[in-house]
Design a protein around this ligand. Structure first.
Ligand SMILES: [Zn+2]
Ligand SMILES: [Zn+2]
Ligand SMILES: [Zn+2]
Ligand SMILES: [Zn+2]
Length: 336
C-alpha cells in the first residue's frame, strides 16, 4: 500500500514538475478518512517504530521496591507515587508501607507502558542463547524455565554446583549418588538413578528425593512438603529447562502413593499433570498441584510407597512419530 501510493505520487510527479508536485503533497492536509497517502518521506516516518537504545545505570526503577522482583504486569502506586507490584499490594493489604496511604487502586501506566515496550537480551546470551530481543516482562520466566543455556543449581544442601542440565545430572550421579546407594537410611539416599524403573524409600522426614533419568540426562525432584495439616504434600519438579516444543509436547507425571505397611488400607492415592520445570529449587514446595498424603499412609517407621511415572504428552505437531518419546521417559519408582 505504501509502495503503491509512492508509485502514484511518482507517476504524478512524472507528469508534472517534480518539485511542484511534492510541495503540493506536503501542503495538503491529510484526508480525514482515506488511507493516508502523504508524501513518501512521511509514510516511512510514520510506519517505522521509534526506538531508542538505552543503558540503565540502575535497575531499581524496574523492580518492585517491596519484593525486589522485576515489574512484569500491573504496577500500582499510592498517591504519593510509591510503587508496588500487584501481589505486594495484596500482601500489604492495600496500605503503602512507605507512607501509610492506600495502594492498589491507582495504576502506574507510564511505567507499565515503558516496561511493556522494552526488549532485552537473555542473560545467557553469552552462553549461546539466541533470544536477544525478549520482552522484559517475559525474560524472568524464560531464564527460569525455558532457556536451554541457563545453568541449573544442585539442590543438595551445602553444594554450590551449577551447570547445564546434563552436567547437573552427571554431577549428582558422580558426587552425590555413590553415598546414596549404599546407605538406605540417614542423609544418604539423596539421589536415585532410573532408566525404566527404580526403587526409592521416601521417608517422611526428607524434604525431597532426587531422581536421575540417565537416558535423557534429566534431574527430577520428588518434593515432600510439610505445611499441610495432618499429612504431607508430594509433588514433582524437573530441574532444567522445559523440553523444547519441537521435541514433542509436555512432560507429564503420575504419582501413586500406597501405604507402606497397609496402614491406610488398600486404597492408593494418585495425582498427575504436567511436570513444572525450573533451573533451581528455591526450597519451597509447590502449593498448587500437589498430592496430599494423610498421616495414616506413613508407616510406623515413617516411610511411604511412591510410584512415579513420567511421560510426554504428544504434542499436536508431528505427534505421529513424536509419540515414541513417551517410552523414553517411562519410569517408575517404588518403595518397599
Ligand atoms: Zn512486589
Ligand atoms: Zn506511599
Ligand atoms: Zn535464554
Ligand atoms: Zn551437588
Amino acid at each position: 500500500m505504501e509502495k503503491r501510493s509512492g508509485d502514484k505520487a511518482a507517476a504524478a510527479n512524472g507528469a508534472a514538475a517534480p518539485k511542484k508536485a511534492r510541495t503540493t503533497v506536503l501542503r495538503r492536509a491529510p484526508p480525514p478518512k482515506k488511507d493516508p497517502e502523504p508524501q513518501p518521506g512521511h509514510v516511512a516516518a510514520e510506519e517505522e517504530p521509534k526506538t531508542l537504545d538505552v543503558t540503565l545505570a540502575s535497575l531499581d526503577a524496574l523492580e518492585c521496591p517491596l519484593c525486589f522482583a522485576p515489574f512484569e504486569a500491573e504496577i500500582f502506586q499510592c498517591k504519593n507515587g510509591h510503587a508496588a507490584c500487584g501481589s505486594c499490594c495484596d500482601r500489604v493489604r492495600g496500605t503503602c508501607p512507605s507512607c501509610g496511604d492506600p495502594i492498589g487502586a491507582i495504576r502506574c501506566r507510564p511505567l507499565e507502558a515503558a516496561i511493556a515496550s522494552m526488549l532485552v537480551p537473555c542473560s545467557f546470551a553469552s552462553a549461546g542463547c539466541d533470544r536477544r530481543r525478549l520482552r522484559y516482562a517475559e525474560r524472568r520466566a524464560h531464564e527460569a524455565s525455558s532457556c536451554h543455556h541457563a545453568p541449573c543449581a544442585c539442590p543438595l544442601p551445602g553444594c554450590a554446583f551449577s551447570g547445564l542440565q546434563h552436567l547437573l545430572h552427571d554431577h549428582i550421579r558422580d558426587a552425590h549418588h555413590q553415598a546414596a546407594g549404599d546407605d538406605g537410611e540417614g542423609a544418604a539416599a539423596a539421589a536415585v538413578g532410573f532408566v525404566r524403573e527404580a526403587t526409592v524409600a521416601l521417608r517422611r522426614s526428607e524434604a525431597f528425593r532426587v531422581l536421575l533419568h540417565a537416558q535423557d540426562s534429566r534431574v527430577f525432584l520428588l518434593l515432600n512438603g510439610g505445611g499441610v495439616p495432618f499429612g504431607r504434600s508430594l509433588s514433582l519438579l524437573a530441574l532444567g529447562p522445559r523440553p523444547a516444543a519441537a521435541g514433542g509436547g509436555t512432560l507429564e507425571y503420575t504419582v501413586v502413593v500406597r501405604a507402606a505397611d497397609g496402614g491406610g488400607g488398600a486404597l492408593s492415592l494418585s495425582a498427575s499433570g504436567p511436570v513444572p520445570c525450573a533451573r533451581r529449587w528455591a526450597g519451597h514446595h509447590p502449593t498448587d498441584g500437589f498430592l496430599f498424603v494423610p498421616d495414616a499412609y506413613w508407616s510406623s517407621s515413617g516411610t511411604v510407597s511412591v510410584t512415579v511415572h513420567l511421560g510426554t504428552e504428544a504434542g499436536g505437531r508431528g505427534a505421529g512419530a513424536g509419540g515414541r518419546r513417551q517410552a523414553l521417559l517411562d519410569a517408575s519408582c517404588t518403595t518397599k
